[in-house]
Ligand binder design. Structure first.
Ligand code: HEM
Length: 103
């Protein structure tokens, strides 16, 4: 099954808007990458300062190909200071999944 890559971004409160705006005007190249399956930017609502960038891929190779190519351009940003003060990457294998019936 697929793999999930989550980038955990630590974002100070005053940088939240900046981060969300940057994602709002993101390069949009991930959508056309071979093996790309899903993206979500997850905003924390329970008091933590960590956003999750959730991505799901057909396999590790697809993710690596994106990282080595389109991701570089997508991460160049405006040349300004990064909105996140830290980043940490997590990898998971999807072992089970479900979707609603009739969906
Ligand atoms: C130092 C580590 C990273 C930081 C600080 C970071 C931050 C950001 C920011 C601010 C954007 C918005 C676009 C921009 O500002 O240019 C972006 C785009 C994106 N990031 Fe990261 N990122 C990092 C690494 C990663 C990793 C490892 C992944 C994989 C899960 C990832 C997934 C994405 C995706 C899917 C986009 C949208 C690209 C597109 O629209 O084509 N990022 N990232």
């Amino acid at each position: 099954m697929s793999i999930v890559k989550i980038n955990v971004l630590t974002v100070p409160p005053e940088q939240r808007e900046v981060l969300e705006e940057r994602f709002g005007s993101r390069a949009g190249m991930v959508e056309s990458s071979d093996g790309f399956e899903w993206f979500e930017l997850l905003r924390p609502v329970d008091g933590t300062d960590r956003y999750l960038v959730y991505t799901r891929w057909r396999d590790e190779e697809s993710f690596q190909a994106w990282m080595e190519g389109p991701a570089k351009a997508a991460h160049q940003g405006g040349g300004g200071k990064p909105a996140a003060s830290g980043a940490e990457a997590w990898t998971f294998e999807v072992v089970q999944q479900a979707a609603p019936r009739n969906a």
